[in-house]
Design a protein around this ligand. Structure first.
Ligand code: NAD
Ligand code: FES
Length: 279
């Protein structure tokens, strides 16, 4: 098998796909919380992607991605037997996995792929891990069977109420942290849309619980050189690719981050339109 070859590509939900890639060195080394940066072709942009699973024995990485821009759309068009041009990683710091006691992990949309390995690692350390997974609709929920195995109780929320509780993951979190006897939660871990993570932090803070979030800002090099992933944490500039992607949620300047992730949305819309017009 050649390095970077695609073994399988499967749809998980509308516009969300799972790709299995042969990348033995990364599969051996990558830890929960870390990520990879890939290029689909030689002149393509570099995009950070989440590794949801790894199998060191076979050298396979399972990457989950959402088809939102040109590169992820091109990635979604690849077939088994095609190869990625390159994969850089593991990048970023590994998640801080230790015994906390009772942990709640909160995953929004495609952010679930980032949360899954962290959830499994926290459980392996002896933590009780309650999982809240949310999506817009039942058909957009991903990795539920994996979460059933990786965590303890699984709570589901959909915006339209087609599965689990109707509402946001944050509504479920609020119920959990305010339920009688909920005083034992020591940590909330979260990944998903910026506004969701901001709200998760507010709810946990009100309940006196620390939140760790995994951020997904715009990245280019992934090695601390370009500054595109900068985020203000406790008033200091940090680079999510090398100082993170995990940070203490209470310390983040969420409004700045929200603005920065939208920085190129106009150009992205334009580029995806051109790509689709070419088809
Ligand atoms: P989405 O917009 O469909 O939202 C998913 C869920 O998040 C919703 O169903 C809801 O439960 C919750 N949510 C959304 N907005 C909320 C709000 N304002 N308040 C409270 N809860 C809210 O999500 P999507 O389209 O799948 O996007 C997923 C996001 O995850 C993207 O922004 C992506 O950048 C991010 N992501 C993060 C990582 C990471 O490592 N942190 C990895 C992959 C993706
Ligand atoms: Fe360039 Fe982080 S992606 S500094």
């Amino acid at each position: 098998m050649k390095k970077n070859n695609i073994i399988s590509i499967l749809p998980l939900a509308e516009k969300i796909k799972q790709i299995e890639v042969f990348s033995p060195e990364i599969a051996r080394k990558i830890q929960p919380g870390q990520f990879v940066i890939i290029r689909v072709h030689k002149n393509g942009e570099r995009i950070p992607l989440t590794v949801a699973k790894k199998t060191p024995a076979t050298g396979i990485l399972t990457i989950v991605f959402q088809e939102v821009g040109v590169t992820t759309t091109l990635l979604g068009r690849l077939k088994p037997g095609d190869a990625l041009h390159d994969i850089a990683g593991p990048l970023g710091k590994a998640a801080e996995i230790m015994y906390y006691g009772n942990v709640v992990v909160v995953a929004g949309g495609v952010g679930a792929a980032e949360v899954l390995p962290v959830c499994g690692a926290l459980k392996s350390k002896g933590n009780t891990v309650d999982v809240i997974v949310g999506a817009r609709s039942a058909s957009m929920l991903i990795l539920l069977d994996d979460f059933k195995k990786a965590g303890d109780r699984l709570f589901i929320a959909t915006d339209d109420g087609t599965a689990g509780d109707k509402g946001f993951v944050t509504d479920v979190l609020k119920k959990l942290v305010t339920a009688p006897g909920s005083g034992g939660i020591s940590l909330v871990y979260s990944a998903g849309p910026v506004l969701m993570m901001k709200r998760v932090c507010e709810i946990a803070k009100e309940a006196g619980i620390r939140t760790v979030v995994s951020l997904n800002p715009i990245m280019i090099d992934g090695t601390g050189m370009c500054g595109s992933c900068r985020v203000t944490v406790s008033g200091k500039m940090k680079f999510a690719c090398v100082d993170g992607p995990e940070f203490d949620g209470d310390d983040i300047n969420w409004d700045e981050l929200e603005n920065r992730v939208k920085l190129f949305s106009g150009q992205e819309r334009e580029a995806i339109k051109k790509l689709n017009d070419k088809k």
